[in-house]
Design a protein around this ligand. Structure first.
Ligand SMILES: [Zn+2]
Ligand SMILES: [Zn+2]
Length: 1009
């Protein structure tokens, strides 16, 4: 007969699901056999199509945390799935290597205080070398996590944004923009971080808002040529009064002239009451109401002429220190009168250009006021706040000052408060082609509306892209400018650069500062000296250039627009944006470089808080994957919520349901394997076709196979719609409910038999399970590739050596119409509902499912009755009842209820159970209880389920119970797989290891020698 531990000794399947061990073996297997490369080669050679892909490159300035890996799992899911569908996808890595984030990391390491310190103490050459070391350190971590998480991305074809060949191709974008006059120098108000000493792009500004404290200041400007009329204004940035040049009101709003003591204040009508309340002014009278447009052109007395002489000069220009009308003025907040400082605000700047008001921005690179700011010269802009307040107070123009907490944009890297001011920078004037950009974006598929709307709204703003950065570690802006005539030239290749260089290059050279700055051209116009404009590019331009820069020309044609991208939700302002802008500039077409873009939500901690270093709740991906399984992690992040939702990540939760689902699948495999090997099942021979021809397929088999086809269909559709969580719950339901809780109990009993006559029937069940598990293996593979590979090798390939080398080389299943049977599925639904009603009725009567009962009466519609009639034997077995009767209505059952019984109902379906038990039923129930005890003991003692025991001994049973049990000993022997069950009078009868139990207050001892 069979040998103990046979299954385990062959190294098939360990007793419990132990994912960490299993995954390590699979990792080694993939490594040893090069499956990743083989898959790519296979699909390159024969495919059903090519789907372009370009990797959203992680910035190499930190270690990957669970939030990052959530996205990588989604990418990998898509890749594995599409590859299984036969597509070739260039799923290759990319690494974002340059920019402020990396520089700040190095600055921290080297203790750099500011840019001056950086340039003088460290020097650009060493700084660049340090930057490269930092990225390599983080690269190793990212690559390691990809391998651990089972992300099947090809890292041998990586792109690195800092390499010369990438930079040269990135420059091609600039060349195209330059030729179309979309790239140029100009003044514009930019957000500027005083710490990082560089401007930020519009996209970056939205990335960091923080609660900060600022002054809340009400002040007044006197209307010129009046004795006592004032505009009442509010601001949180007093320093901008230094650069104040205009006031703005809304043309269509009503403005009130309000008497307060002996003064008249002008403010928006609807703001009078709340403002007076805020200022604690009780006595006031509205004297007059005018429309905003009537105020247009009014002059006001700028108060600081004495301390800012430049302001007195500016005052001579028309429109300066006058009221203008602007639609952007918000009359639902503050006083509805806004002061404009075109040197410090974007809307102010645009308004100034409209009214031909000069830009006054007296700031140096550190955002300190220059000599042009008079008394304020030398002060850091934000430090001037107090002085402005003081000066207003002296002039009796201060109405009130407090401190407030409010949300204010901060630097997304250094967290300093941003300052807006007008600077000479290089811009991509994307606003000129904004209609094309928006049109291109509208054609993209986004799967979910909220991120789509957010993205399109952001794009419609169409602000110019400030491209230049006053930093070191970045792609150099390839523009040279003549020091005498200011003529400019843009180069777009190393070759061109060397041809134009006045002196040939010696020694090390790369396309970075400081080397590139040493190259000087001769001016083509005046013969003067041309030097490079000292800027590097916004790092977002680097990754945005990936579609062209990472490929060859030929590959670019083949793969772009790419098929599908998935990145975090904040990339609406980041990569999704820059990819689009650059592509439209490059091609000149209203075409997006991606056809579909899924934005996924952030990962929060288990309490729903943002993960941050300060809270100490960031979960490092590497540590997590060392401790918990990659499959569990993958399943969890895909299953827990919709991809666009923020996800509360809870390790405790990961260990519960996800583990249960995967463990159930694993144990189904084990159950299958133990039985199928015992009966020498051969998948090539015992196919479903064979079973059909043999007429051994039964309704439960057909039912589960039909359910399986439906699952294949729905999972595929949900993956296509990026409803990963719904796809996973379909799989969860199939494995846990349909297969494990419903199908297996329907056939388990048949598998107990060892008879030759019924072997074909058992082989049919195995054929059904084989087909089902094979399909599940494929469906689960993009989600839990480790478990699937392990089962593929240890079960499917172990039984069928002709299968492919790895599950990853297999094809995605399609529903088999021949196996679909909607009518049968419907009948089974009804049937299972009746079975579950019998369970409820038992529960009410406190009768265990193991105890057989004499009779059930079913009521319900005719077709529902028929569903049970057609499967009556199965019903009797699952419900554990001897006979069943059918009636049409509950009323007919009620006539029976007079006797002892228990009723359960749902809608118009009812089950009544006869709960009376005679000696035979009691005896059988007792036998079942004991059998279960013996089964558990068998398992504890390490016998495999298929192993046949010699004798099972029972003793210490009271006389009455022993009498009840006796007629059922033979059945019991079959149930527990032993040749004989022997009932001893006392333990002393047998010298053996006895196990003592209590069973419903009966004592029972069992021995399996
Ligand atoms: Zn900063
Ligand atoms: Zn020149």
């Amino acid at each position: 007969m069979t040998v103990k531990f046979e299954a385990d000794s062959k190294g098939w399947l360990t007793k419990g699901y132990r994912p960490l061990e299993l995954e390590q073996k699979v990792r080694e297997f993939w490594e040893r056999t090069n499956i990743l490369e083989k898959l790519e080669r296979l699909r390159l050679k024969t495919n059903s199509g090519v789907l372009g892909y370009v990797e959203g490159p992680p910035t190499l300035n930190g270690y990957p945390h669970v939030g990052h890996v959530r996205g990588r799992v989604m990418k990998d899911l898509r890749y594995r799935w599409k590859s299984m569908q036969g597509f070739y996808v260039p799923f290759w890595t990319g690494w974002d290597c340059q920019g402020l984030p990396v520089e700040l990391e190095v600055e921290r390491q080297l203790n750099v205080k500011n840019k001056k310190d950086l340039l003088e103490r460290v020097g650009e050459e060493r700084f660049v070398a340090e930057c490269k070391e930092v990225i390599m350190k983080y690269y190793a971590a990212w690559h390691g996590v990809d391998v651990k998480a089972g992300v099947f991305i090809n890292d041998t074809k990586a792109y690195w944004t800092y390499l010369d060949e990438y930079i040269e191709r990135e420059w091609k974008y600039l060349k195209r923009a330059w030729d179309q006059e979309l790239l140029g120098e100009g003044y514009y108000v930019v957000a500027y971080c005083p710490h990082c000493q560089t401007s930020l792009s519009n996209a970056e500004v939205g990335m960091g808002y923080e609660e900060v404290e600022d002054p809340s200041l009400y002040f007044k400007f006197q209307v010129s040529n009046t004795k006592n009329e004032y505009f009442l204004v509010w601001t949180t940035m007093p320093f901008t009064l230094v650069t104040d040049l205009m006031l703005a009101v809304h043309p269509d709003a009503k403005y009130a002239k309000v008497q307060v003591e002996d003064e008249i204040w002008i403010m928006a009508m609807q703001r009078v009451e709340p403002t007076m309340q805020e200022l604690e002014v009780q006595d006031y009278t509205v004297l007059d109401i005018v429309l905003g447009e009537e105020l247009e052109g009014s002059e006001y007395n700028y108060p600081f002429f004495d301390i800012i002489p430049r302001q007195r000069e500016l005052d001579k220009q028309p429109s300066v220190h006058k009221v203008i009308c602007e639609d952007f003025v918000d009359v639902t907040a503050a006083t509805g009168v806004v002061h404009l400082a075109p040197g410090n605000g974007e809307e102010d700047f645009i308004a100034a250009q409209k009214h031909k008001v000069p830009i006054y921005a007296p700031f140096d690179d550190e955002v300190n006021f220059t000599r042009d700011a008079g008394k304020f010269a030398g002060l850091f802009a934000r430090d001037a706040d107090d002085m402005v307040v003081e000066e207003l107070r002296k002039r009796e123009l201060l109405v009130s000052v407090k401190r407030i907490q409010h949300e204010y944009p901060t630097c997304w890297r250094s967290h300093h408060k941003l300052v807006w001011f007008a600077r000479r920078e290089y811009y991509l004037w994307t606003s000129k082609i904004n209609d094309r950009i928006v049109k291109a974006a509208e054609r993209v598929k986004y799967y979910y509306d909220p991120p789509k709307n957010r993205f399109l709204a952001f794009l419609r703003e169409g602000k110019p892209w400030c491209l230049s950065r006053e930093r070191v570690w970045g792609t150099p802006l390839p523009v040279w400018k003549c020091t005498s005539c200011e003529y400019k030239e843009l180069v777009s290749s190393k070759k061109e650069l060397f041809e134009k260089a006045v002196t040939p290059q010696k020694g090390h050279f790369e396309l970075h500062k400081p080397w590139i700055d040493r190259i000087v051209f001769k001016c083509g116009r005046c013969g003067g000296k041309m030097q490079r404009e000292p800027f590097v590019l916004d790092t977002w331009h680097n990754s945005g250039a990936a579609p062209y820069a990472r490929f060859t020309d030929e590959e670019f044609e083949r793969y772009v627009p790419v098929d599908f991208l998935v990145e975090a939700i904040d990339q609406t302002r980041g990569w999704a944006n820059t990819l689009l802008l650059e592509h439209v500039m490059l091609t000149g077409k209203a075409e997006s470089p991606y056809k579909a873009y899924l934005f996924y939500g952030h990962v929060l901690d288990e309490k729903g808080r943002k993960m941050s270093k300060s809270l100490g709740n960031v979960i490092d991906a590497d540590e997590l994957l060392d401790k918990y399984s990659a499959d569990l992690f993958r399943f969890y992040v895909l299953w827990k919520c919709s991809p666009i939702d923020s996800m509360n990540f809870d390790v405790k939760e990961l260990k519960k349901r996800p583990y249960q689902v995967l463990s159930t699948l694993y144990h189904l495999y084990r159950f299958f394997m133990q039985n199928a090997v015992y009966d020498r099942f051969t998948p090539q021979k015992h196919t479903l076709e064979w079973a059909k021809a043999n007429e051994t397929l039964k309704p439960p088999d057909c039912w589960i196979l039909s359910k399986l086809q439906r699952t294949v269909d729905s999972v595929t559709e949900k993956l296509e719609n990026c409803e990963f969580n719904f796809a996973l719950s379909d799989l969860e339901e199939f494995v846990v409910n349909f297969l494990s809780r419903q199908y297996v109990p329907m056939v388990r009993r048949e598998l107990w038999s060892d008879d030759q006559e019924t072997r074909d029937r058992r082989l049919t069940v195995y054929a059904t399970l084989w087909q089902t598990l094979r399909t599940l293996n494929l469906l689960f593979n993009p989600i839990t590739p480790f478990l699937c590979e392990a089962m593929y090798q240890q079960v499917h390939k172990a039984l069928n050596k002709t299968l492919l080398e790895s599950v990853n080389l297999e094809e995605w299943p399609v529903p088999n119409e021949k196996l679909e049977d909607p009518k049968l599925e419907h009948d089974f639904d009804t049937f299972l509902k009746y079975v579950s009603l019998t369970y409820s009725a038992r529960q009410t009567a406190k009768l265990k499912r193991r105890w057989p009962l004499r009779k059930a009466v079913l009521a319900g519609p005719k077709d529902a009755q028929n569903a049970v009639k057609n499967l009556e034997d199965l019903f009797l077995e699952l419900a554990n009842i001897k006979t069943v009767e059918y009636v049409d209505t509950l009323a007919e059952i009620k006539s029976e209820i007079g006797k002892v019984g228990s009723l359960a109902s749902e809608d118009d379906m009812h089950v009544w159970l006869d709960t009376r038990r005679d000696k035979a039923l009691l005896g059988e129930g007792l036998m079942r209880d004991l059998a279960r005890r013996v089964q558990a003991l068998r398992k504890e003692l390490g016998f495999t389920p298929t192993e046949v025991l010699k004798t099972v001994y029972l003793s210490e049973l009271d006389a009455e119970s022993a009498k009840l049990l006796k007629p059922h000993l033979k059945t019991m022997a079959e149930l527990v797989r032993t040749r004989k069950v022997h009932l001893c009078k006392a333990k002393s009868e047998l010298e053996a290891e006895w196990h003592d139990y209590k069973l419903d207050n009966r004592r029972i001892c069992i021995a399996i020698p």
